[in-house]
Design a protein around this ligand. Sequence first.
Ligand SMILES: [Zn+2]
Length: 197
Amino acid sequence: MMPDTLPPKADVPDDVQDAIRTLIRWTGDDPDREGLLDTPKRVARAWKEYCSGLEHDPALHLSRVFHEVGGYDEIVLLKDIPFQSHCEHHMAPITGKAAIAYLPDQKVVGISKLARVLHGYARRLQIQERLTAEVAACIWDNLEPQGVAVVIEAEHGCMTGRGVRTPGVGMITSRLHGCFLEDHRSRKEVMALMGYG
Ligand SMILES: [Zn+2]
């Protein structure tokens, strides 16, 4: 995941630092007090990293495929993949886990690539519904499998830390393509494997 991170001391333009100082002042604190002096730079660099998924097309992770599926015609599943994203409405953290499954046709990829696609779409301002749909569409379009299923379960900082303040409440979203959408036995099988049976 190295290319996703900036060098630790990347320059932060003055206007970006000023924006963060303005926000600190507006919330009632003093951006000139000692503990906050370097905060604008730190916040700016952290945000560049939270949004580092914008630097590359996540589909690049699926560009190296293997055509030797060796007669394997069962579901490939990666589950409990932890991720962090940020909601585009409050810029608050979205923390959760994803399960990604596909039924290969001609192409397979190294299993870690599925997680890289997830992180590519998660590391930007998002809503959970779009994140789920984008990960599923990327795999569907690039691997041309018989089916794709993506289920994401996450907590939203904008619900747990502000507003209605309901910690522990998870939101579940799913997106299905191909056989998992059309064939109800395939859907039951993949959902059971994911632990949602
Ligand atoms: Zn939000």
